[in-house]
Write a protein that binds this ligand. Structure first.
Ligand code: MRU
Length: 343
């Protein structure tokens, strides 16, 4: 196995982007190594690689791999090919800004290169992005563990753990760091319909790390909050606007509204690569709409809703900044109103 505890990686010897196929978890652990554009595109589109930071890192690695095997001759041809890959990949998942961010980082580096150093420097840039993600998530974990010193139990939505990044995760990083420090925090994981990232992935990685884990259906969050079973909510994010409005997995805004109602702090764990300084508010965030089959067919032997019933499948929603207690970032714990001062 190449990844050795990481979620995505760069096999520079064989020039391959490597990922865990998360659609198979928790039943099967399979690493896939590829240098094929269509396979890379499908891996992102169909959530084999998912979670905003992991998508960003995987995109950077994939672009380096694709350009390393390119047969283009001139700098102009190389740059045009890279740009074309970027433009195609960016369409895969429109809400997670890390995807766009990674393509922009790679293009920014490529602009300064020449025919001779093009391939080597893109590889170096991708490896830097990978290393940065690990360091940033570790910092989020440390700030979060400090903040949660008196906390016994948290609720989380979707998967913002190690499977959504290279290592550690964002929303689950504080849990892992606290555990290293001898502080065991219990986690309630929303199952997160329709793709069940909470039930399949969050529960998988937490149990693997020996964290006390309880899976609940999405409609049970109010019950656990009302009955005092959780002290805080920790979630990740896919795009944060200048005013702190936050796009995350569908259902997050409902959890935030409940947390406010029950007086439970609601924390968004955010690497700055997920901060979109180009948009003022959450109204400008494009929400990815996915196929309705994910609701009524994907997990069932036979379609479980009537043939003529329609479906609506937005993959994300936007949580209003007024519902967020603070952002836990690699730069510290920051109030929503302050976040714009950190760019
Ligand atoms: O559709 P997904 O599974 O990619 O959605 C993932 C999320 O919504 C995560 O909470 C978010 O990307 C943060 S991951 C650190």
């Amino acid at each position: 196995m190449f990844l050795n505890g990481a979620t995505v990686g760069f096999d520079t010897v064989n020039n391959k982007a490597v990922f865990i196929d998360q659609t198979l978890l928790p039943t099967e652990y399979r690493e896939v190594a590829t240098d094929d554009f269509n396979e890379i595109f499908d891996a992102i589109k169909f959530l084999k690689v998912r979670g905003a930071p992991a998508i960003g890192v995987f995109t950077a690695i994939s672009l380096a791999v694709l350009m390393n095997k390119s047969t283009a001759d001139t700098y102009e041809e190389l740059f045009a090919e890279l740009k074309d890959y970027c433009e195609k990949l960016v369409l895969c998942r429109p809400t997670a800004v890390n995807l766009k961010w990674a393509t922009e980082e790679m293009l920014k580096v490529a602009e300064k290169l020449n025919r001779e150093n093009f391939r080597t420097y893109l590889i170096r840039c991708a490896l830097d992005i990978l290393d940065d993600d690990v360091a940033v998530c570790r910092k989020i974990g440390e700030y979060g563990a400090d903040l949660l010193k008196k906390c016994n139990s948290v609720l989380t939505h979707c998967n913002a753990g190690r499977l959504a990044t290279v290592k550690y995760g964002t929303a689950l990083a504080p849990i892992y760091v606290a555990k290293e420090n001898g502080h065991n925090i219990k986690v309630f994981a929303d199952e997160t319909r329709p793709l069940l990232q909470g039930a399949r992935l969050t529960a998988f990685e937490l149990c693997d790390a020996d964290v006390d884990t309880t899976v609940i259906c999405d409609n049970m969050a109010s019950f656990v909050m009302k009955n005092g079973l959780v002290d805080a909510v920790l979630v990740g994010c896919d795009r944060v606007a200048l005013n702190g409005d936050t796009a995350n997995k569908i259902g997050t805004s409902g959890v935030a509204i409940l947390a406010k109602h029950y007086g439970i702090p609601f924390y968004v764990c955010m690497p700055f690569s997920t901060f979109d300084k180009n948009i003022k508010t959450g109204d400008e965030i494009v929400i990815e709409m996915r196929n309705g089959d994910e609701i009524g067919e994907m997990w069932y032997e036979n379609r479980m809703i009537p043939q003529n019933a329609k479906t609506l499948n937005p993959a994300f929603d936007v949580t209003d900044n007024s519902l967020i207690t603070a952002f836990i970032t690699e730069k510290g714990v920051i109030a929503p109103g302050e976040i714009k001062n950190y760019i």
